[in-house]
Design a protein around this ligand. Structure first.
Ligand code: B12
Length: 277
């Protein structure tokens, strides 16, 4: 119980550091509710579908069209537009980060609010994957900076974020084995043994499945494998990840690249963890 409270406090402090304005508003609303006032949710009222689309919309016109095609789940259009952007000299990694990702982020936020549904999310994901594949083919063989595996924790089917992280790591020259989603600790450990991995990336988006990352880190240690695990995804916080050894918390795909660069150049998990704080 005591440790549980510690985690909650750490998560609260992290949230305050990340978004002080929202934190202040939530505290004020909480105090007003306790005093008996009825609070209307500004977020639910204010953000319309168009506002959400505008929030993520790339400034570059060509990129905005790619993002729109991802939102529409139009694979053929994504293929056509990404190919055209690459032939005009755009950087494939820039296309992934600044055209394809804003598209999927828009769709995810719409889904979260009930303005998009499961088939739409899946179609957008498939469209994004078409774009990622073209970008990766263009990047070609980059000399390997290190051997990594990526997975989504057991019981969790959310793999959009993991796929983006994999694409960005590959684009940065890492050899990434994609173990997929709903992956058990034993499967990850077997891959680490067989493939001689230098690092593992674990993602999870649900509070019910985040223990899978801890179990994986602990099993790797028990088996005597010195393979650190980078942990990320919306359900994961630094506070949680730092309750177990052999783990490094990361928020974004760029953090994943920084962690991989540190670990694959021989730094241990503790040193890499400190460098990311
Ligand atoms: C899309 C989605 C789905 C899709 C998933 C499709 C797919 N192929 O992935 C579908 C419709 C199938 C789905 C199903 C379910 N979902 Co859902 N889903 C979402 C949603 C809307 C978006 C998730 C997403 O893809 N985000 C976009 C990606 C790009 O972000 P990301 O994954 O966080 O990844 C980024 C970073 O975190 C980071 N990152 C990720 N991994 C790593 C790893 C490392 C090492 C590093 C450094 C960084 C890093 O980089 C990524 C790119 O920027 C979220 C709500 C939300 N807004 O987050 C709910 C959400 C995750 N789902 C939820 C739930 C409960 C479910 C369901 C149980 C049923 C339901 N109520 O919808 C089932 C679960 C089934 C299962 N067993 O897994 C809850 C989880 C609650 C919780 N905290 O436990 C959420 C939060 C919705 C909610 N508000 O309640 N879902």
């Amino acid at each position: 119980m005591v440790r549980h409270m510690d985690l909650l406090v750490e998560e609260l402090l992290e949230f305050r550091a990340r978004d002080p304005t929202r934190y202040k508003r939530l505290i004020q609303e909480g105090m007003l509710t306790e005093l008996g006032f009825e609070i209307e949710s500004k977020a639910a009222k204010v953000a319309t579908v168009d506002e959400i689309k505008a929030k993520y919309r790339p400034r570059d016109v060509a990129y905005a069209s790619i993002a729109d095609a991802v939102i529409a789940g139009n694979r053929a259009k994504v293929e056509e537009l990404v190919t055209a952007s690459i032939s005009k000299g755009k950087d494939p990694l820039d296309i992934v980060t600044n055209a394809l990702m804003p598209g999927i982020q828009t769709q995810c936020e719409l889904y979260d609010r009930g303005d998009a549904f499961v088939p739409e999310i899946l179609m957008s994901n498939a469209a994004m994957q078409v774009g990622i594949k073209i970008a990766q083919e263009k990047l070609g063989d980059v000399p390997t900076k290190g051997k990594i595996a990526s997975f989504v924790a057991e019981g969790d089917l959310h793999d959009i974020g993991k796929n983006i992280v994999v694409a960005i790591l590959r684009a940065n020259g890492f050899d990434v084995l994609d173990l997929g989603r709903d992956v058990s600790a034993d499967t990850v450990v077997a891959a680490a043994k067989e493939k001689g991995l230098q690092m593992i990336n674990g993602s999870t988006l649900m509070s019910t499945t985040k223990a899978g990352l801890k179990k994986t880190a602990e099993t790797l240690e028990e088996e005597g494998l010195k393979v650190p695990i980078a942990c990320g995804g919306a359900a994961v916080s630094r506070g949680y990840v730092e309750t177990f050894n052999n783990s490094i918390y990361g928020r974004s795909p760029l953090d994943a690249v920084k962690i991989a660069t540190g670990v694959c150049s021989g730094k241990g998990w503790e040193e890499t963890r400190k460098a990311l704080r």
